[in-house]
Structure formats: C-alpha cells, structure tokens
Design a protein around this ligand. Sequence first.
Ligand SMILES: [Zn+2]
Length: 465
Amino acid sequence: MKIQFLGGAQTVTGSQYLVTVNDHKILLECGLFQGRRSETYEKNLNFEFDPADVDAVLLSHAHIDHSGNLPNLHKNGFKKHIYATAATVDLCQLMLRDSGYLHEKDVEWINKNRASKHEEPIEPLYTIEDAEAALRLFVGVQYHRPIEVAPGVTATFNDAGHILGSASIVLDLKEGRKTRRLGFSGDVGRKDMPIIRDPEPPTDLDALIMESTYGDREHADDSGALDELADVVLRTIKKGGKLIIPAFAVGRTQRLVYSLHELRKKSRIPKIPVFVDSPMACNATDVYRSHPECFDREAYFRFVRDTEDVFTPPGFTCVRKAAASKKLNFLTDPHIIVAASGMAEGGRILHHLKNNLEDERNTLLFVGFAAEHTLARRIMDGEKEVKVFGEKYNVECDVVTMPYFSAHGDRDDLIEFLTGTPPKTLKKVFLVHGEKSQQFALKERIEEKGYKQVRVPARLDSFSL
Ligand SMILES: [Zn+2]
C-alpha cells in the first residue's frame, strides 16, 4: 500500500493523491492547478501516471481546485467511475461545464493573438463537451454508506461541513493480511455554519491526509457576523445608496441570502430588495433546494417541514438574464446586489463595480478571502483608483471587509478533526492543501498533541502505508 502526492502538496490548488492497493490505483481528487497560465497549463495537461490505469476516482466536493481537472483525466484515458455524494455530482454538473466554457473562451482570446503573429492555434485544456463526457462517469453515493470501489478498497463518505455535499472520506484498505484505515479530510468546514451540518471527525484511523489551508489561523467568532451585516445594511440605507457584495456563487451566496433573510425576518433591517445577480449562483441555489438530505436540523425543518423558502425568500430575486441584470443599474432606491465572482476577477460584479464605485452613497462589502493581485484584493487593500474593463475608476464608495463567512475551518477546527483519533492509533499524518508556512505551524501544533509522524509532503513524494 502506498500513497503518492501529485498536487495540492505545499500549495492550495490542484489537489490530487494516488493510493495504490493490490496494484489497484485509486485517485483522491483531480483538481485544477490555478495561478499563472504559463506555469499551470502544462501541469494540468500532463499526468504523472497513465489515467487509463486508474480504477476509481473519489471526490470530496465540487470546488474546482478539487474537481476541475476531471474532464482532462477522462480525455487522457480514464474511463471508470468517479464517486462523490449526490449533491457534489449535481454541483459538478454546473461547475465543470462552466469551467469547460471558460477554458474555451480563454483559448479563443489567446488564439486571436497567436493568429496575428502567424503562430499555430493552441487547444483548450478541455471543452464543455469534454466536461460532459467526464460527468457521465459520476456515481452518486450516500453519506455513511460504505462502498467497495476496487478489490480491497472500501470508501465511506462522511460530512465535512464545508459546502453542500462536501465529504471527508475514510478508506478501509486490505492487502493480503495487512489492513489499514486511511482518512482523507477533503476541505474541513466549520461548526455552526447555517444550512449545512458540522464536520464529522473520523475515528480509528491509522493514517490521515488532512488539509491545512488555515493551519496557522484563528477565525473571528461568527456570532458577530449578523450584527455587523445589519450595521452595514442600515448605514447604506441611511445614505440612500446601494450595497454591493461580491461573493462566490456556490456556498457563500446561499449563506449570505440566508443571513439577510434572517435579519429581515427579525425586522433588524428594512425590507429593501435583494438581487442575486449570477446565473451560476441561481443554478447552485437550485441544487441546494434539491438536497435537503445535506441540511442541518434548522434548515431542514424550516425548508422541508415549514415550507419556508430560505433560499429565495420573498423580496429576493434571482437574476439570470443579462437584460435583467442591466436593468439593475437604473434602480435608484436602496437595494442589495450579491454578484459573482467573489474576487471580482470576472462575472457580473464587474459591471456593478464600474457603475457604483464612484458614488459615495454606496457600500462595497467583501465577505471573504481574496488572492493577491485580484481586483477585490486591491480595493480591500485601500487602492483609491482601480481599473475595471481597462478603464480607471475612483473608489469613492465605502469599502467594508468582514472577516466572517469562511467555509474553511481554522487551526482549532483542524485539530479537532484530527483528534477524533488518538496518537496511539493514528501513526501517520500528511498535511496537504496549504501554503508551507501554514503547514509547518500546524505540524508543530499537532506534534505538541503527541502525534509523532507528521509530514508535509512535496509534490511527487511517496510513502508506504
Ligand atoms: Zn473547497
């Protein structure tokens, strides 16, 4: 039995781990490497193994850094099953198609440039059609129901509490007389997040592959989130402005809607209109509706038993058509717009920034992390003049950043996840999906708890189990 780390090793993108048992190969995740195009294109294009030799893929959740290279895996010869929870399958239907579309668009633009220099056109990493072919390999599984995915390999999906359908996976491995229980955390969420359930720490593990995105951070207590959100809304209304919130389409948007609905219901904010201006977010919301088996008790009772529409409540509008989105520019009374993308690197949020940045009555609210060099990050960092669609705009509106709504657990959440199995049993811990500084700080913490072999594997490192 062995495990090889092929991506998401000392970095946060391109998650990919290959487990070999009885000469059968099981791939955990097949994420997209993201970053500078010149560095990632080749990495995504080529696999370190022959995809035709892989017996099964296990996918923890739908985020592109975990699922986004599956179409390419299929294109290169993988023809077996991809196991994921039913909600993850449905979210991947949206996200992989969208990713194929973006790859096609990206290359269209590059090829126009190349043609002007009489260079050969390049192929997209994959197309919508490739994504659709990979989607036909998906098999939906239920939480807590063990399933044999290859001879000697049984997988059980448990709730990871990160986004709808997210799972951590326990692998029971048998090779000759040797048995091992290997845990894979996927992305670990946080306790008490609305809508979805809490993470379930796995037990009785011999080895664990655990994410470490926030291995050295403590999140702000989310209990202040509603108060601050109410404050921002009230301040914006007082000024007679609009509240613009860039947000990721899957997870963050649904959570914001849930919280805004909560505030309106308790009459803590007036009933001003709220628009979710993103076809992807609207479609993802529909996936949420069709998977109440993933909800926590509160969301389940409100949505299913009490038929309360917590996802698009009265006063909330899903905006799918571009023409309807453009009409929002002409609204003059205070209102709230939630639009993708969260880092303001594309999507309809750019139109709203262009139209609203220069009006001091408006508020721009950031509710999540934004990577360096993104437009969101530049505005968060206080730049007073930014470019949108190539034109300069002054940032005159209020800019507010709230440290809440993270879907990733912090250091304490990760430690709690790991300590589901005591050091006596859990012999090997591999930290993945994190920047090095976060990983080594977390490694130290874990060692302080008595766990001995804690490793931070580099790409292509391999270990026996
Ligand atoms: Zn994730």
